[in-house]
Design a protein around this ligand. Sequence first.
Ligand code: FAD
Length: 413
Amino acid sequence: MIYDIIVIGAGPAGMTASIYAARNKANVCLLEHNDRTGRKILSTGNGKCNITNMNMSSEYYNTSSKNVDLSRIIDERTTMEVIDLCNYMGIFTRVKNGYVYPYSEQAGAVLDGFNSELSRLNVHTFTLVDIIDITLRDGIYTVKSGSGIYEGRRLIIAGGSKCASKTGSDGSCYEYARSFGHHIVKVIPALTGLICKEKYFKELKGVRTEAILNVTVPGHSEMFFSERGELQLAEYGISGIPVFQLCSRIKRLMDNGLNPVVNIDFTPDISAGELYRIIREMIKRCPDSSVASALSGFLNNKIASAVIRISGLKPSGLCENISNSNIHALCDIIKSFTATPSDTRGFENAQCCAGGVSLDEINLNTMESRLVPGLYFAGEILDVDGICGGYNLTWAVTSGRIAGLNSSVMEKI
Ligand SMILES: Cc1cc2nc3c(=O)[nH]c(=O)nc-3n(C[C@H](O)[C@H](O)[C@H](O)COP(=O)(O)OP(=O)(O)OC[C@H]3O[C@@H](n4cnc5c(N)ncnc54)[C@H](O)[C@@H]3O)c2cc1C
């Protein structure tokens, strides 16, 4: 049997592509090498699945293709398209601070919705398919696997990236893209923590605090990037949403031979002058107390101890011995606490990858390859990565929808 469309990868991109193609009456075959579909969806949003965001714009996405305008396919209507698909699959949604979740706040509900829609539309879904080879001859794509041979007139590759490989996205699909002549922009982990060189992070483990993170590079006067949000300090370094947002940009600086430094401002709402007045008052008010206890009502005690030690003082030292220049030193460290990244936390801990199949070789209106007719791509395998907040699932669903709709235009098949 020759299918109209073969889709490789039953993640949100491949499942969406299959659904839209099958709604267009295409005979669709969906191939997945895991023992079930959509495994990664279950881990998303800490099990709650942050599927999209009410604040939608192409500005929240990165790609290295300079001439590609993502706003052609991602704009304020995109959110409703994702929500409409959810509603159509029986998933009601709720919005929290702009972040959209299934109403049940259970990622399993989203996966159930996809699975029942696939079966309602008679998409031929095969799991445990171990692909050996893909070829194109006389307009027919042939996918050879350990368990059988599948033939189709169109092929959509939606096998994801190579992060969180235990969920199935092991990077194998980059090789299929390469075999059809596509270029892969260097793939790096995005949305993960940063391992830092300083030893003091061991003692800061477990602290969560609002902060501004300013990224600088020694020898360069400009500030490269800045993010604000809830910082999480860990034994290995820094994590949390503002770090996730910076991670791939910092990794690129490191890959270019630079040594970026993250300067953490632990008091983002207090100016340097105001901070000096506060700390001075706290220190002067209790001459017989230790510096650590004087600061304990103001700063997290683990941060206070580290700041005091880094300034060259002892946490147990008495306030009466603290000079104004000591106070200035403490304030400078609180306002610009150094974290020097040595690496990211790697692909296994990343929520998505930057890089992938170059958009220069893809027609964004259809997601079809500009190199090979009838070959389409969707989802994270492409060189597009979004920030935290539902943007990556939105990209998977949006690119999947475009690929599914356009590959199934019947007069072309
Ligand atoms: C812990 C975690 C939390 C996340 N939370 C969120 C969130 O809340 N919101 C958000 O927007 N994004 C989140 N993401 C990112 C989001 O899950 C991904 O961007 C999205 O799943 C990508 O969809 P995809 O279909 O392109 O790829 P995937 O979801 O990776 O699916 C690809 C599928 O292809 C299969 N496959 C791969 N290679 C082959 C092959 N050779 N043969 C057959 N099948 C193959 C894989 O097994 C997999 O099922 C999170 C990611 C992680 C890891």
